[in-house]
Design a protein around this ligand. Structure first.
Ligand code: DGL
Length: 268
């Protein structure tokens, strides 16, 4: 008789899935990087779309929701937690590390470092949720790089909702982004940091509105590399050779949410 999954996981923790979560579908941009870097791992993704957006809620609310997301994934017996949400990371990664001290907890932050290195004294705009930009974690990151160039912060409330509705290109996101960037002319900016995991899904529209001269950065690939490093360090890399399983779960029950998640993971 073959071993059931739970029994396999009891004997070999390395075969357990990696838990990845976000306030909604945004973290799928990170999941894609993880699956590209470590295709042999199993993943459980949880998008809390029923409560998105997080970025305009209070700190206490986001901490409570983030702890609930992590508890949901822990119940699925994950071996590590990837907080694929800049907002949840800035609000609660410390709480998660305290609560799950025996498992790797990997957060994400706006990819300011590579953007500040593109040239001497670049002009870099960081777009993110109001909470990410307000919290101490980002303030610290900014202080680390402020002497290397000019950093402009731009909250983008409302953009997460567009992505959650599957509005990735066309009239609505274009109009939103044109207004958001209205103060910047061609040549004003060297780089834009997509400091929210939902934004890589409107990357093409951002590029179209800002023009080809602006370089775009996001933290997905760096977070995937950090996850691999942390798993290796903990002896938790999955030894299996075959492609792993990816399970997409959401707190929102509609079929539309599931179809959007699948589409974003597979082909966007
Ligand atoms: N994907 C989340 C982030 O990276 C969006 C937060 C929200 O729901 O407002 O910040």
């Amino acid at each position: 008789m073959g071993l059931k999954m739970n029994e396999v996981w009891d004997t070999d923790k390395r075969k357990r899935p990696i838990g990845v979560f976000d306030s909604g579908v945004g973290g799928i941009s990170v999941l894609r990087e993880l699956a590209a870097l470590m295709p042999n791992e199993n993943y459980i993704y949880y998008g809390d779309s029923a409560h998105a957006p997080y970025g305009t809620k209070t700190l206490e609310e986001v901490q409570r929701l983030t702890l609930a997301d992590a508890a949901f994934l822990e119940a699925h017996r994950v071996k590590a937690l990837v907080v694929a949400c800049n907002t949840a990371t800035s609000a609660a990664v410390g709480l998660l590390r305290e609560k799950y001290a025996d498992m790797p907890v990997i957060g994400i932050e706006p990819a300011l470092k590579p953007a500040m290195e593109v040239k001497v004294h670049p002009r870099v705009l960081v777009m993110a949720t109001p909470m990410t930009l307000r919290e101490e974690k980002f303030r610290q990151l900014m202080r680390r790089y402020e002497k290397k160039g000019e950093i402009i912060t731009l909250p983008a409330p409302g953009l997460v909702e567009l992505v959650e509705a599957g509005e990735l290109s066309g009239e609505k996101p274009e109009a939103y982004l044109r207004e958001l960037f209205a103060a910047y002319k061609t040549g004003d900016l060297d780089c834009v940091v997509l400091g929210c995991t939902h934004y890589p899904f409107v990357r093409r529209t951002v590029q179209q509105v800002l023009g080809k001269g602006v370089m775009l950065f996001d933290g997905g690939a760096g977070t995937a590399r950090e996850t691999k490093r942390r798993l290796r360090e903990a002896g938790l890399l999955n030894p299996q050779q075959e492609k792993g399983a990816v399970t997409l779960l959401s707190s929102s029950e509609g079929e539309d949410a599931a179809a959007l998640a699948q589409m974003l993971f597979e082909k966007y």
